[in-house]
Design a protein around this ligand. Structure first.
Ligand SMILES: Cc1cc2nc3c(=O)[nH]c(=O)nc-3n(C[C@H](O)[C@H](O)[C@H](O)COP(=O)(O)OP(=O)(O)OC[C@H]3O[C@@H](n4cnc5c(N)ncnc54)[C@H](O)[C@@H]3O)c2cc1C
Length: 382
């Protein structure tokens, strides 16, 4: 039985407690799905999650607009990640991939949200390039105005859902100013002419990922999100909402690792007694539980602060993402150790958690980048 005592913290309302319980029951019945064909698994997960209503919190409801509830997104990610990393990924991309439209889209652009919230279309967020990952403002891809059109040229890489998405939110340089102030955001349907998948990328925890090529892709000017030059601000506003949710996914992985370890040390006998009686083992379990609770406090502080109407939660979200992902890595490493040889056996749950967690310390701002963000925030307000 997973620990749900954190849901009694003052950050939550009864609807959050209900969500956690109902989604956990749904996950126990429906997850994990077969991962052999990762593209098919993701499409299937999006369709299942959409069919049963779990994708609704990922994006604005155009008929009933209200701010995204970050606590709901975090609880959903934490719960899905505890059961199946790919299910968390499928859910998360529907939100990250449409965040710019939810926050800044026109009514016409927001028509995509009906489909993505129902699991009938997959979304992707295309910011990174081969020569600009952490250094986003250095992006090279261009979008040149040509009458009523924009023409996009360049490459995007590491794009989650790349190759299977129905719609991409693409950031490109429109040149209103040098650096970050000369970037704009566009809605690009996947079937747009001259947009192609240049390469599919394989990583240690299989997820659909691709490098995309834009070879003079012509888009109507109505594809622009917000104003020309707003792209960097839009990307940062989207990450401000979704960054703490990466911490929530890490928390889900860490909780699973802790639960598996508690079970293991109770069952496994060493030197004539359960491992749980060894004090060094208890020390590991105590460290893991402490890291899980501390990460949960930071994640849900960030989510609650955003939900209470804070314009920005840059510092809170950076702390939540940095701490929760770094500590989840340590918790899972301890779980592998406590499982002995089984911990590194292919297909074992803690082995897959060990592979799943790693990328979370790199994407949506690597750990080092979060440290820079936190330092600037605290020094700026001192
Ligand atoms: C599984 C996965 C999924 C992804 N999904 C997406 C997606 O959907 N959309 C998208 O646009 N991108 C996505 N990315 C890309 C991701 O955002 C980038 O990989 C990330 O921003 C790092 O960029 P980079 O890989 O170019 O590394 P680099 O920018 O070359 O950085 C390398 C390392 O340098 C360190 N570093 C960075 N800045 C500093 C600093 N100031 N001081 C000290 N050290 C520093 C960090 O440790 C970093 O990991 C994904 C990546 C992965 C691995």
């Amino acid at each position: 039985m997973p620990d749900r005592s954190f849901l009694n913290w003052p950050f939550f309302e009864s609807r959050h407690r209900q969500l956690s319980e109902q989604l956990d029951a749904w996950c126990a019945k429906n997850l994990p799905v077969d991962h052999h064909d990762v593209d098919a698994a993701c499409r299937n997960l999006v369709s299942m999650l959409g069919r049963d209503g779990w994708l609704k919190p990922t994006a604005l409801d155009p008929d009933n607009p209200a701010p995204l509830d970050v606590r709901t997104i975090c609880i959903t990610r934490e719960t899905l990640a505890r059961h199946d990393g790919l299910a968390d990924f499928a859910f998360a991309m529907q939100g990250l991939g449409t965040g710019a439209i939810s926050l800044f889209g026109t009514p016409e652009q927001q028509r995509w949200l009906e489909k993505t919230r129902a699991g009938q279309a997959l979304a992707a967020f295309a910011l990174s390039e081969p020569r600009s990952g952490s250094d986003v403002a250095n992006m090279e891809m261009t979008a040149v105005r040509d009458g009523d059109f924009y023409v996009l040229s360049g490459e995007k890489t590491w794009i989650s859902n790349g190759g299977i998405a129905d719609v991409y939110i693409v950031f490109a340089r429109t040149g209103e100013a040098p650096g970050a102030k000369g970037i704009s955001a566009f809605v690009v349907p996947a079937d747009t002419k001259d947009l192609s998948v240049a390469e599919r990328l394989e990583v240690i925890a299989p997820h659909p990922l691709a490098r995309l090529s834009f070879d003079n892709v012509r888009l109507p000017a109505s594809a622009l999100i917000g104003k020309p030059g707003d792209g960097f601000r839009i990307a940062m506003a989207v990450l401000d909402v979704f960054r703490s949710t990466v911490g929530a996914a890490a928390l889900g992985f860490a909780r699973r690792a802790l639960d598996e370890s508690i079970k293991r040390v109770a069952e496994r006998k060493l030197f004539g007694a359960p491992m749980a009686e060894l004090q060094l083992v208890q020390g590991h379990i105590a460290d893991m539980a402490l890291d899980v609770d501390a990460a949960a406090l930071l994640v849900y502080r960030a989510a609650w602060t955003k939900d209470m109407g804070a314009a920005r939660v840059t510092r809170e979200a950076a702390m939540a993402k940095l701490f929760a992902t770094d500590k989840a890595q340590e918790v899972i490493d301890k779980a592998v150790q406590l499982h002995g040889g089984d911990g590194v056996r292919k297909g074992h749950i803690v082995e897959s958690l060990y592979r799943e967690i790693r990328a979370l310390r790199i994407y949506e701002g690597a750990s080092d980048v979060q440290k820079v963000v936190i330092a600037r925030q605290v020094m700026g307000t001192a």
